[in-house]
Design a protein around this ligand. Structure first.
Ligand code: GDP
Ligand code: MG
Length: 370
């Protein structure tokens, strides 16, 4: 997919776009200023203008070390599970996450101002867990469609008084498609009309069978309101994590995915990144989606400044040149030059795609008129 926009090529060669169009016409190629031309054509026309063409292939792969396949397996150590809480609206996702964070060991610390960064790190007596607070299923789907597998376990929240609802099924289907194990949290067990057996029955109709019903899905009755079943739920998450044997190499250039990103008036682009491999350090250069940057500062989910973040740690980073999208990959690189090069290449490709789209539109409208 080596292409360049005609205007850009002309500019780089220091010639007028019109002259290039005429030259191309002479070669039997009809092109407009905004059209993308392929490498071979660019090479030909450049030669026509007396340029000596040297093919310098640009391989992102040689700069980005995203492969963990051929890494020494002994470098990989146990990492914490990453959990996404899903379920029907009002079944108690936010309340549950709030309770989990409040009852965790690290809560009640001085300051304790928790800022919303879309991902949380929770310490329990038996181990740490990262929670993704996806605003909706869209974020989960968006990430998955972009090949980002950020979640290890899904907690499916179903209100015991309401039972399985449309978004419960939707969440279930997302989790199944992503091949992520599910733990069912039957919430609002404190309510007088709570009927946890109904939830089991209804979910069994969707192929989710509880362990005590002969299946292999863990169910736990909880109440976010009266704080019932929370330690049991966390216990189940850690049990499931053990089965999954989650590992990562903390001693390498970091790879992570953007969970949330926004533009802050004072601080510029802010991105919450969940680290998956390696350790990211303040001052390092990274490529993040189409953008890059030198990390000026990093903050944890408690708003505290941190100097590094390892596998399964969510961290908010400052210093990117633009606002990436949720699901974008972040990769640490060896220096700023590498970061700029990859990002520049991606931006150029994105621009070429955009222009190609536009010129196709004009062509189409042209043909319509004929
Ligand atoms: P979400 O839309 O899934 O995030 O649901 P919320 O956490 O916002 O909860 C929706 C409503 O249910 C709120 O009014 C909560 O106070 C209430 N709620 C959540 N958990 C419980 C629970 O365990 N018991 C009771 N009685 N109410 C709950
Ligand atoms: Mg909510």
């Amino acid at each position: 997919d080596d292409t360049i926009v005609l205007a850009e090529l002309a500019k780089r060669m220091g010639i007028k776009a019109n002259d290039m169009i005429i030259k191309l016409m002479g070669m039997g190629v009809m092109a407009t200023v905004n059209q993308t031309i392929d490498y071979d054509t660019a090479e030909l026309v450049a030669t026509e203008f007396g340029f000596e063409v040297e093919r310098a292939a640009f391989e992102e792969e040689t700069i980005l070390s995203t492969s963990v396949v051929d890494e020494d397996p002994s470098l990989r150590v146990t990492r914490s599970p990453v959990v996404t809480i899903m379920g029907h609206v009002d079944h108690g996702k936010t309340s549950l996450l709030d309770v989990i964070r409040k009852t965790s060991v690290t809560s009640g610390e001085a300051g304790g101002i928790t800022q919303h960064i879309g991902a949380y790190h929770v310490e329990t007596e038996n181990g740490a867990i990262a929670f993704l607070d996806t605003p909706g299923h869209e974020a989960f789907t968006a990430m998955r469609s972009r090949g980002a597998k950020v979640t290890d376990i899904v907690i499916l929240v179903v209100a015991a008084d309401d039972g399985v609802m449309p978004q419960t099924v939707e969440a279930l289907n997302h989790a199944k498609a992503a091949e992520v194990p599910i733990i069912v949290a039957v919430n609002k067990i404190d309510k007088p009309d709570a009927d946890p057996d109904r939830v089991k029955r209804e979910l069994s109709e969707h192929g989710v069978l509880a362990e005590d019903w002969g299946g292999d899905t863990m169910f736990v009755n909880v109440s976010a309101k009266s704080h019932v079943g929370i330690p049991e739920l966390l216990e189940m998450v850690l049990l499931q994590a053990e089965v999954l044997e989650l590992v990562a190499n903390p001693d390498r250039l970091a790879i992570g995915h953007v969970v949330e990103a926004k533009l802050d008036i004072g601080r510029g682009p802010l991105a919450t990144v969940l680290i998956q491999e390696g350790t990211v350090k303040a001052g390092q250069s990274v490529v993040c989606g189409m953008y890059h940057g030198k990390i000026r500062a990093m903050f944890n989910d408690k708003g505290e400044q941190v100097s590094e973040a390892g596998p399964s740690m969510p961290v908010e980073i400052i210093g990117l040149t633009g606002v990436p999208e949720a699901g974008d990959e972040m990769v640490a690189v060896k220096d700023e030059k590498d970061a700029r090069q990859v990002s520049g290449h991606r931006l150029q490709k994105a621009r070429a795609r955009e222009l190609a789209k536009n010129s196709r539109v004009t062509l189409d409208s042209l043909f319509e008129r004929l």
